[in-house]
Write a protein that binds this ligand. Structure first.
Ligand SMILES: O=C[C@H](O)[C@H](O)[C@H](O)COP(=O)(O)O
Length: 234
């Protein structure tokens, strides 16, 4: 389990998050992801708004990124007002050598996917621990509470072992920002992420899963402050 605390300092996450903020310039509409790595991007964008007069609009992906962006002084807009974003920047829980990612460790992947798919360019920021040759972490799947039993059975039919995500400081399940449940599904090593993504999406009651096949660039931060940039071959 990675540290999700946005107050704990991490040089690797900071290096990646701050470097990716450098892709943003005045006039852009920017998708602001969720989590402890992109929190550095949001804070850096806020610093540039205050100190350099950077003029941007942000579209948030969760209550967490909304609160951070407001604290940072970033003006916000909505997808209804700005359906096409110039760039979206976000973290990941795992990312493979083909830039396929698993997201949703913070249960925000549904809005994150909508925002990333609305952007001309989708950049993931991560520390080295997130990179892997193949995906194999549990896949978060947001499901309608009404459909829990059906989705659990159908996911088992795909070879996955689902576990209802429990809340830490509340009795019972995690309730997402959209009012739904999260199933964390262990599929073992995922040999064909694109195919699995389509199969999960086809289950009635699934709102969205955490497999992302639309990453354009990956910024990986290292402890020495250096950042490795990899672009998709698409
Ligand atoms: O739901 C949460 C998101 O997908 C996060 O972007 C992901 O879990 C990575 O978070 P962190 O940067 O804190 O590891």
């Amino acid at each position: 389990m990675t540290d999700r605390n946005i107050s704990t300092d991490s040089p690797e996450k900071r290096a990646a998050g701050v470097a990716a903020a450098g892709l943003v310039s005045s006039g852009m509409v920017v998708g602001l992801g969720t989590g402890s790595t992109v929190a550095y991007t949001i804070k850096e964008l806020g610093r540039r708004v205050k100190e350099e007069g950077l003029d941007i609009l942000g579209v948030v992906t969760s209550y967490q990124s909304e609160m951070l962006a407001i604290d940072a002084g970033i003006r916000l807009t909505t997808l209804s007002q700005n359906p096409e974003l110039d760039i979206a920047i976000d973290g990941a829980d795992q990312i493979d050598s083909g830039l396929r990612a698993i997201k949703g460790g913070g249960a925000a992947h549904t809005r994150e996917k909508i925002v990333s798919m609305s952007a001309k360019r989708f950049v993931v920021v991560a520390d080295e621990s997130k990179t892997s040759t193949q995906l194999g972490k549990p896949v978060p799947v947001e499901v309608l509470p009404f459909a829990k039993e059906l989705t659990v059975n159908k996911i088992r039919g795909l070879g996955g072992e689902p576990e209802l995500r429990s809340a830490v400081k509340k009795d019972g399940p995690v309730i997402t920002d959209n009012g739904n449940f999260i199933l964390d599904v262990d599929f073992g090593v995922i040999r064909d992420p694109e195919a699995l993504a389509l199969q999960i999406s086809a289950i009635p009651g699934v709102v969205e899963h955490g497999i992302f096949c639309n990453v354009d660039e990956l910024y990986t931060g290292n402890k020495d402050g250096s950042v490795k940039i990899v672009s998709s071959q698409k």
